[in-house]
Write a protein of this length. Structure first.
Length: 72
């Protein structure tokens, strides 16, 4: 149950992903968010969620999708 994120964190992360250039490093993302977030715990949650989203996007791009052919 540790990976449940609030709607506020998810919305903020998705909006920030469109404007900034984040990567999979939590500390780098945290430094980029220093001026945007109102408090330290919220900044850390958003930075961690952004890191997780970018990792998922990178692995989705690398894995080729298998095409299932219909059986006749």
């Amino acid at each position: 149950m540790g990976r449940i994120k609030s709607t506020m964190v998810k919305k903020a992360a998705k909006q920030l992903l469109e404007t900034e250039h984040f990567n999979t490093d939590f500390d780098h993302n945290k430094r980029l968010l220093q001026g945007h977030m109102p408090s330290k715990p919220i900044r850390n949650k958003v930075a961690g969620y952004i890191a997780r989203l970018t990792k998922m996007k990178m692995t989705a791009k690398r894995v080729p999708k298998k095409v299932i052919e219909p059986q006749e």
